[in-house]
Design a binder for this molecule. Structure first.
Ligand SMILES: C[S@@+](CC[C@H](N)C(=O)[O-])C[C@H]1O[C@@H](n2cnc3c(N)ncnc32)[C@H](O)[C@@H]1O
Length: 282
């Protein structure tokens, strides 16, 4: 694998970018077929703009499934960030929210610099923005906008991503959800974050999206253009291999690498550890 791992601490490793393998530029018949199928659903949901009304999860109240190290880690996050996700969310969203908050906290501990607090913040590719509260807890942004290109995807219970997102942002100050292709989004931000942006075909299809949304260069160029002077881009990738492709695309788009690390122990066990990286505009 084209990575160098340095200065190991217990749970976080530094990752240095080297040359990235280029992703497949030609798609197989099966990939094109699946892409066409997803494109139909994408067009349908985008045309319908379906909403059944704001959706709120029923809070689980208490998390009972954690023991030992993970329980202790959650207790630290609760104290440090004054959060109780289980009092707002169902069990899975609560666990995933601690997980994202923990990844950010471990990554910044590794970075050894203060986290950017306040300021305008964008989240690129927000899905239904279930983690908006975790971002709020960590960055305390002056304003937070989650931008998602397929914001009206309909779930099996008849609610759409839009409906869920309205529930997730309802109690959060100056927080909104926009259905928009981020490559067309021209507002500036002090901090931009992207959790698992698409940089290769397989995840696009796994997320049931058409392959035409795969345009990492255009996406990262937009990130570079939207960053205000001195602004920070934070990216989280699925493992070193994906991170190397993403790093290459970020550099070509004019972003300047600052640092990165692999978070090896997470609240939710993962087969592939996430890689967090920090970028500035040149
Ligand atoms: C791998 S998913 C990650 C979702 C979310 N960030 C999370 O961590 O759960 C990538 C998301 O980015 C969205 N996306 C892809 N390209 C986009 C674009 N150009 N503008 C806005 N959203 C985009 C996809 O629809 C998908 O919801």
């Amino acid at each position: 694998m084209d990575t160098v791992l340095l200065s190991e601490t217990t749970d976080v490793k530094e990752v240095l970018p080297l040359d990235a393998p280029l992703p497949q530029s030609r798609y197989s018949f099966s990939q094109r077929f699946r892409s066409g199928y997803h494109a139909l659903w994408y067009r349908l949901s985008d045309g319908l703009k379906w909403s059944r009304g704001l959706y709120r999860e029923t809070p689980v109240g208490h998390l009972t499934q954690f023991r030992g190290k993970r329980l202790a880690r959650i207790a630290v996050l609760q104290r440090r960030f004054d959060v109780r996700f289980e009092q707002q969310y169902a069990v899975m969203t609560a666990i995933k929210s601690y997980d994202y908050l923990d990844i950010l906290d471990q990554a910044w501990t590794f970075l050894g610099k203060p986290r950017p607090v306040g300021g305008v913040m964008h989240d690129v590719g927000a899905s239904n923005f279930w983690y908006a509260r975790a971002l709020h807890a960590f960055f305390s942004p002056a304003s937070l906008t989650g931008v998602e290109v397929e914001g009206y995807r309909i779930y099996s219970n008849g609610y759409s991503r839009w409906d869920y997102a309205q529930g997730y942002v309802a109690d959060l100050p100056r927080t909104s959800f926009k259905v928009c292709d981020y490559t067309q989004y021209t507002d500036s931000a002090d901090t931009i974050i992207a959790w698992f942006p698409f940089v290769s075909a397989a995840p696009v299809l796994a997320w049931r999206m058409p392959l035409r949304v795969l345009s990492p260069h255009t996406l990262f160029r937009r990130v570079a253009e939207n960053l205000s002077p001195g602004g920070l881009f934070v990216m989280v990738n699925q493992g070193c291999e994906e991170a190397m492709i993403a790093f290459d695309r970020c550099r070509r788009a004019g972003l300047q690498f600052e640092n990165s690390c692999e978070v090896r122990s997470t609240v939710r066990p993962r087969r592939i550890p996430p890689v967090v990286s920090w970028w500035r505009c040149c």
